[in-house]
Write a protein that binds this ligand. Structure first.
Ligand code: TMP
Ligand code: ASP
Length: 248
């Protein structure tokens, strides 16, 4: 195996037959790498959750790069030509949407209150750059102008992301968890077809809120916000999430 690169939480290798191997580490970072730590078992929990969701999504007809998990912390995937755009879906206001709103950089959809936990009826999609030093919001015009995705591909990716939201939200709701928002990435296989890449449904790339607490007006995060905000033990939050999803 040849070492290729390291992301925030994963190390990436190429296998002799040209696939990629993701090694999920215990690393966690936030705020573009400014805040860093390691948490025992984080790698294994995120790998097992990514595996779980890839299986669910494949069964529901979403094409993904997932092949198999040879060990509890590693995942074999097809090597793709990665689309240099991250796709964010939001069901509730949180995170950078509110930060950018407060800085006067973005408008909220009509009727959405500018506070964490405000529902966004019908949801909303946003795009950011992937290969720039800092993820920067981009609009569909710039995406097309740079040749990152065509108009038809933006429509396709939007449809897939909306479908992923429906699948994840429904399953999570059964375990009493709200999917507030998430990020996904896509890539092209030879021939050009766009499929789901990276990982989906892990607490590194989604906001998960306990539904019962939410209905009492409290946001209890079961995701990386625990680390971003310094409001608890990441291992405990990830562990609770994993147990609840596993039981469902
Ligand atoms: P944001 O509120 O920081 O824009 O994040 C929205 C969702 O996307 C949240 O669940 C975290 C996830 N996300 C990532 O996983 N990686 C990223 O680089 C960004 C910007 C967001
Ligand atoms: N920059 C975002 C954060 O603060 C995304 C990330 O690092 O995952 O967490």
């Amino acid at each position: 195996m040849t070492y290729i690169s390291s992301g925030k939480a994963k190390d990436i290798y190429e296998t002799p037959d040209g696939n990629l191997l993701f090694e999920f580490t215990d690393r966690v970072t936030a705020f573009d790498g400014l805040k860093k730590a390691e948490y025992k078992e984080k790698g294994e929990i995120t790998c097992r959750l990514a595996e779980y969701w890839f299986n669910v999504l494949e069964q529901e007809g979403i094409p993904t790069h997932y092949i198999s998990c040879p060990t509890p912390t590693s995942m074999l995937v097809k090597r793709l030509d990665i689309v240099p755009v991250e796709v964010i879906w939001r069901n509730y206001a949180a995170g950078s949407l509110l930060r950018r709103y407060n800085a006067g950089e973005v408008k909220l959809p009509d009727g959405v209150e500018p506070k964490e936990g405000a529902p966004i009826p019908g949801g909303m999609i946003e795009f950011t750059t992937k290969f720039e030093a800092v993820d920067r919001p981009v609009d569909v015009k710039e995406i097309q102008f740079n040749g990152w995705l065509s108009e038809q591909e933006i429509e396709y990716v939007t449809k897939l992301t909306k479908r992923i939201n429906e699948i994840l939200s429904r399953k999570l709701d059964d375990t009493g968890i709200i999917l507030a928002d998430f990020k996904v990435e896509y890539g092209r296989i030879p021939g050009g077809e766009i499929i789901l890449a990276d990982e989906a449904g892990t607490p590194d790339g989604c906001r998960f809120w306990d539904k019962a607490e939410f209905e009492n007006g409290v946001i209890k995060s079961l995701d990386k916000d625990v680390f971003r905000k310094g409001i608890g033990d990441l291992s405990a939050a990830y562990g609770e999430l994993f147990e609840r999803i596993q039981k469902s």
